[in-house]
Design a protein around this ligand. Structure first.
Ligand code: DGY
Length: 323
């Protein structure tokens, strides 16, 4: 029997590409150049499975291309707001994602940004590199203590819970959260966490606010000027979720005018094109979407995609089906 044809939109870790080559008639993207909309349309017409990632916009227009051969889209990423899910459903395409395997590494990056922002690590690094460090002194680069403070989590899914575990058990932090679909009481009690009545209450009470909600229209600019004004002047905002959850212009204003003390960002509106306003600020730590960027996790994400399409081609339900 002929092997199914699969097209991968970006370069994947070598170990997973080797598995793909063994199992499928695969078209890899060794040059790692993003595919155009036309190339993505052609891929849907010529392959049984398209394997895109979170930076490929799989729009209704692309999904609506006539004479599709593809039956499944195996997204490399837990977030799938890059795919028009309603259009995929209309077109009868199965869509899968890669949950679980990136939970801890993404929570680690959120914790890293929290610490960087609280302890002014980016500022310190720049100072040393620029030869501007004149030596230790009692009042130099004073940040804020993290241990024992209150961490507010907007969204209390897997990644937020992993961050809560690290923050609570490692740093003795008190955890508060909001989530329209909270986890079981057992999980909440295990972290001694408290559910806030609403986002406003959380923003008022937290020393550190970390965002863990999905991207997309429903959460666009959830953190806006009005809500930033509710945060404490000593508070920090951490975003490892999606850039468009935060109104960048409002955040830049909040940081510039010191309505809040700092921010740590791994994701940006319109990334990789970052609002230049962020680059002028000292009180923001900036990372290039590194949440899941460890060797182990990226291999595991690729393997998760392979498990999903293998199940599909075997006539079974893929474990991580989202459409
Ligand atoms: C995801 O998977 O959604 C992240 O943004 C990249 O790992």
């Amino acid at each position: 029997m002929n092997k199914p044809k699969v097209i991968v939109t970006r370069k994947w870790p070598a170990a997973v590409e080797a598995r793909l080559q063994e199992l499928y008639d695969v078209q890899l993207n060794t040059a790692d150049i993003p595919m155009t909309a036309d190339a993505l349309k052609a891929a849907l017409q010529t392959a049984d499975a398209l394997l895109p990632t979170v930076t490929d916009a799989i729009t209704a227009d692309i999904l609506g291309v006539p004479n599709k051969r593809a039956k499944i889209i195996g997204n490399f990423g837990v977030g799938y707001n890059n795919i028009d899910i309603e259009a995929a459903k209309r077109e009868g395409l199965v869509v899968t994602n890669t949950p679980h395997v990136l939970t801890d590494c993404t929570a680690d990056i959120a914790m890293l940004l929290l610490l960087m922002s609280a302890r002014r690590a980016s500022e310190g690094d720049r100072l040393v590199r620029n030869g501007q460090w004149t030596g230790w002194r009692p009042t130099h680069l004073l940040g804020q203590k993290v241990t024992g403070k209150t961490l507010g989590l907007i969204g209390f899914g897997r990644i937020a819970q992993a961050m809560a575990r690290k923050a609570h058990h490692g740093f003795g932090m008190k955890v508060i959260f909001t989530d329209p679909y909270p986890p079981s009481q057992e999980i909440i009690d295990g972290l001694q966490a408290t559910q806030c009545a609403n986002v406003e209450e959380l923003l008022t009470d937290a020393n550190f606010v970390s965002l863990h909600c999905p991207g997309g229209e429903a959460t666009k600019h959830l953190i806006n000027e009005q809500r930033l004004k509710l945060m404490r002047p000593s508070a920090h905002l951490i975003n490892t979720a999606r850039g468009d959850v935060v109104d960048s212009k409002a955040l830049i204003k909040a940081l510039k005018e010191h309505w809040i003390a700092g921010a740590g960002l791994d994701v940006f509106e319109g990334e990789p094109n970052i609002d230049p306003g962020f680059l002028e600020l000292d009180n923001v730590a900036l990372l290039p979407h590194l949440g899941s960027a460890t060797e182990e996790t990226r291999v595991a994400m690729g393997n998760r995609v392979l498990d999903n399409i293998a199940a599909f081609f075997a006539g079974q339900e893929p474990e991580d089906r989202v459409a």
